[in-house]
Design a protein around this ligand. Structure first.
Ligand SMILES: O=P(O)(O)O[C@@H]1C[C@H](O)[C@@H](CO)O1
Ligand SMILES: Nc1nc2[nH]cnc2c(=O)[nH]1
Length: 289
């Protein structure tokens, strides 16, 4: 096993002995969204290649930096770049950082990504709060929790019907309204495919019929492992393109377009995120009541 409890513990202790930060919130920055980590104070950066047992980023715009820092008075850790199944990594490698965060004392994980809009009401540039997901690779056995279950992380058969915290979603909706962003902040179902190709029209139609509002190539394994080990999860997906459901449409998606849109919207997402992090204690209060 390449990502055993002992491997996780070793990496966690390696990091804890090199930083004074003790983050309670972790953020995974999706494609083109590295900016989310830029405004932190008291910043400390580790390169993925220097961290024992970590993988390296191979996708353009996924910088490969683990950034510790404060947002207001909250200590956070940011992944500038994530690992994807299509890069050739096993799902245990893809989700390894999530367990490190758990062992470091993180309580809430915020996963962000770029995705294609299937819901016909969505516009390019919308922010979709993920309310649920479809684990398509999981149906075919590509699942991060397959294999022996280590009870020190979580139970064998975790419940996923409440993977995305209702309270956290509500807080983001409230913040979006206060910031005047309500007309482009939505809620929806994210579907993961393995990639690396974008969808055929027939595939896109199928995913839409199955109830997916957007489609991407990440997030679901991280969320599954996060829920398994008891982290609270918030998922935010930036709709970077409309997925064609119609043979007469001529649009052709590419990674550069995805990056262009996500970089354009990253500042807004950052505003939502920073306000959310500053106020996350409000949800802690709700939960402890
Ligand atoms: O890491 P995310 O899910 O944001 O990356 C998306 C999916 C592919 O990796 C890439 C396609 O442009 O962006
Ligand atoms: N699978 C998939 N991933 C994406 N990431 C950003 N846009 C898309 C898309 O249209 N499809």
């Amino acid at each position: 096993i390449c990502c055993s409890f002992e491997h996780c513990k070793f990496t966690t202790e390696w990091l804890l002995s090199r930083t004074r930060h003790r983050p309670k919130i972790a953020v995974v920055c999706g494609s083109g969204l590295s900016l989310l980590a830029e405004s932190v104070s008291n910043k400390q950066v580790f390169r993925y290649e220097d961290i024992p047992n970590f993988s390296v980023s191979t996708v353009p715009s996924h910088d490969g930096h683990l950034v510790f820092g404060n947002v207001k008075d909250k200590s956070c850790v940011f992944m500038q770049g994530r690992f994807h199944l299509y890069e050739g990594y096993s799902l245990c490698k893809v989700t390894f950082p999530v367990r490190i965060f758990k062992l470091m004392g993180v309580e809430t994980i915020i996963v962000t990504n770029a995705s294609g809009g299937l819901c016909q009401d969505f516009k390019v540039g919308d922010i979709m709060i993920i309310k649920d997901h479809i684990n398509l690779p999981g149906f075919a056995g590509q699942h991060p929790l397959c294999g022996p279950n280590d009870e020190r992380f979580g139970i064998r058969f975790p419940c996923m019907s409440d993977a995305y915290s209702k309270e956290l979603r509500k807080l983001v909706l409230n913040i979006s309204a206060e910031l005047g962003y309500s007309n482009f902040v939505r809620e929806g179902v994210y579907c993961m495919v393995s990639g690396p190709n974008f969808e055929t029209i027939a595939e896109a139609r199928m995913l839409h019929i199955l109830g997916s509002d957007s489609v991407g190539m990440s997030t679901v394994p991280e969320v599954t492992v996060a829920k398994h080990c008891g982290l609270r999860v918030l998922g935010l997906s930036l709709i970077t393109n409309k997925v064609s459901l119609d043979y007469s449409r001529e649009e052709k998606v590419n990674h550069e377009e995805v990056l262009h849109i996500s970089k354009m919207r990253a500042e807004m997402l950052q505003k939502v995120l920073n306000t959310f992090i500053a106020r996350s204690h409000q949800v802690e209060a709700i939960n402890s009541n």
